[in-house]
Write a new protein. Structure first.
Length: 311
């Protein structure tokens, strides 16, 4: 039985941890996750999804604010794991910790490396209009997501997909691919180096990136909205007020109106975009309200008028 220290934080990591816990070939000797954070309007302290699973299974839990130089680091190393498995942990690991794995430190990364290294690979895959994405099982090294590749699995990005649906799909793909790959590593599988010339990056989404650029084509705007749904969400500015847009599609007409201008509020909420294209907004969240279908919003709304321009 191989001893594993598992390191992960969000819901995406949960199926991977649960898969390891159900497999009798592995013993999860500890879980490392981010500290509990205050969330919501009431600022209630909430454990990470990975911690919630660890508590149910009575696992040893470490939650260092920063793992480098922490007292927890030495305790984790002392566990002498065969594998360190990370999946969306959210911190860089010091070399000392990576070297503590007797066999390999292994990462489950939600892209087809070397494309989209970094913390938001799923967001960027959707935002940039990729037709496929996938999961990579890789050896961890100090440089971000640059280690050798053990295995990859590709899946299509459907027109109906957004970041939320792909998170769900890829977490299952990651679980299954990891459980397929670990026995091969134990059998002698070696990682294949990445092609550095093909590396692209997907840093965490900034506040500035949440704002929609209506000078882009309607297709690009739709991809932007899909890529930021359901979190952190895309928005347009109307009279200095943020209005979130949850879903949209390309409307099959052209326009000569300025980008961002509202051109129809009858039956459809249509907004002009770059290259003479038109966006149909399908879900909208006015300030102080919940996200709702546009057909419900248009009933008696007094916020929008034809000719208004999203900035």
């Amino acid at each position: 039985m191989s001893k594993i220290v598992f390191m992960g934080t969000p819901h995406f990591s949960v199926p991977v941890l649960e898969g390891l816990l159900k497999d009798s070939h592995y013993e999860v000797v500890a879980v490392v996750t981010q500290p509990d954070r205050k969330v919501g309007r009431k600022k209630e302290l909430k454990p990470t999804p990975v911690k919630e699973v660890a508590l149910k299974h009575d696992l040893k839990i470490f939650q260092p604010e920063k793992i480098s130089g922490s007292k927890e680091l030495e305790e984790i190393i002392a566990l002498a794991p065969d594998f360190i498995v990370t999946c969306a942990f959210g911190q860089f690991l010091p070399t000392k910790l990576l070297q503590a794995a007797k066999i390999y430190p292994v990462n489950v990364h939600a892209s087809l490396l070397p494309k989209f290294r970094g913390g938001a690979p799923i967001h960027y895959a959707v935002m940039t209009g990729e037709k496929t994405t996938g999961v990579t099982i890789m050896e961890m090294e100090k440089k971000m997501d640059a280690g050798g590749i053990f295995a990859q699995k590709e899946i299509p990005i459907l027109p109906t997909d957004d970041t939320g649906t792909l998170f769900e799909k890829l977490s299952i793909v990651g679980r299954d691919l990891l459980l397929e790959t670990l026995p091969k590593i134990l059998g002698g599988l070696k990682p294949i180096p990445q092609d550095e010339t093909k590396a692209t990056f997907s840093p965490n989404i900034s506040k500035e990136q949440e704002k929609i650029d209506f000078t882009k084509s309607a297709e690009e705007v739709v991809n932007h909205i899909r890529g930021l749904h359901p979190f952190p969400g895309a928005y347009g500015l109307l009279n200095e007020t943020r209005i979130k847009i949850g879903k949209g599609k390309v409307f099959p007409e052209t326009t000569n109106k300025a980008p961002g201008e509202i051109i129809s509020l009858k039956d459809h909420l249509l907004v002009s975009c770059g290259k003479n294209t038109v966006l149909e907004i399908l879900e909208i969240q006015p300030a102080g309200k919940k996200m709702m279908p546009v057909k419900d919003f248009l009933l008696g709304q007094k916020i929008l008028e034809i000719g208004m321009v999203f900035k």
